[in-house]
Design a protein around this ligand. Structure first.
Ligand SMILES: Nc1ncnc2c1ncn2[C@@H]1O[C@H](COP(=O)(O)OP(=O)(O)OP(=O)(O)O)[C@@H](O)[C@H]1O
Length: 265
């Protein structure tokens, strides 16, 4: 299993720091959730891993090798990314889009092998989209399209999987299904999530970003505290133990007076 290491990754744009010396390790086969307020640098961090952005300073290492020393074609095989805007302009059928996940492995005009066709079918079944195989992706609902893109990422058979808010558009059953599947996949996963309860239930570790810097990283129980919710997100919350799973569960106060009471006791 392949480790992903971000080592002092700094990104500047127009002289402003978007990411400040971010150091974060995702051990092989683990799922690390990246959380933080809007604009805290989560997508910027992911972009450095899937090479849409080049860090100003610092390095990203996959399996111990600096990404800069890996040919783009090779990292395109080992790192799969599900981005916010991925696939929104693809005028293909579902089966074709899923098969595109094999593109980094196909040299020249080689057609898909029998094994690869089976891989695509298995992924469509796992994501519950097999019945949509011949539909154009542009005709799908947001949640259906999101599952197509996850299937495409899985058939790539990457070592590292990067996901930017993959539960966007998914109903609660599909959110839980997707994240449990990631957890059992054996892949090294770095995933941006806004739903902290979902992160608590499905991530091995949670990393919190604020203002482009890492605030803390650790097991959900160590990270998701009422103090962190107040200081980083400006939200009043109580943390309880989920009665069925034992995971931390955040109960948010929705009344502004309660929030004010916690923020300014
Ligand atoms: N090319 C750029 N030039 C200037 N600023 C940028 C650029 N790209 C991103 N930013 C800014 O950097 C900050 C971090 O953006 P980023 O998309 O990484 O945040 P995020 O944590 O993913 O936010 P969200 O939760 O809203 O998706 C934001 O303030 C954004 O406006």
């Amino acid at each position: 299993m392949t480790d992903l290491v971000m080592d002092g990754v700094t990104v500047h744009a127009d002289g402003h720091p978007l990411l400040r010396a971010l150091s974060l390790t995702v051990d092989g086969g683990q799922v690390v959730g990246l959380v933080g307020p809007n604009g805290s640098g989560k997508s910027t961090a992911l972009r450095c891993v899937y090479r849409a952005l080049r860090p100003t300073r610092g390095a990203v290492r996959v399996g111990g090798t600096d990404l800069r020393d890996i040919a783009r074609r090779d990292s395109a095989r080992s790192v799969a990314a599900l981005t916010q805007d991925g696939g929104s302009d693809l005028d293909f059928t579902v089966a074709e889009v899923v098969a595109l996940g094999r593109a980094p492995h196909l040299g020249g005009n080689r057609a898909l092998s029998h094994r690869e066709r089976e891989l695509c079918e298995r992924a469509m079944n796992r994501l519950g989209i097999a019945h949509l195989a011949d539909r154009g992706v542009l005709s799908l609902s947001g949640g259906e399209r999101q599952r197509v893109l996850v299937a495409r990422a899985l058939v790539q058979e990457p070592e590292i999987l990067i996901l930017d808010e993959p539960t966007n558009h998914l109903d609660i059953r599909h959110q839980i299904h997707l994240l449990s599947m990631l957890r059992g996949s054996g892949l090294t996963v770095l995933v941006v999530l806004h739903d902290l309860n979902l992160a608590a239930a499905t991530c091995d570790r949670i990393a919190v970003l604020s203002g482009g810097a890492l605030v803390t990283v650790g097991a959900p129980w160590n990270v998701l505290t009422a103090e962190l919710l107040r200081d980083v997100f400006g939200v009043a919350a109580t943390v309880v133990e989920h009665p069925l799973t034992g995971h931390p569960q955040l109960l948010y106060a929705l009344h502004q007076e309660t929030v004010e009471g916690v923020l300014h006791p």
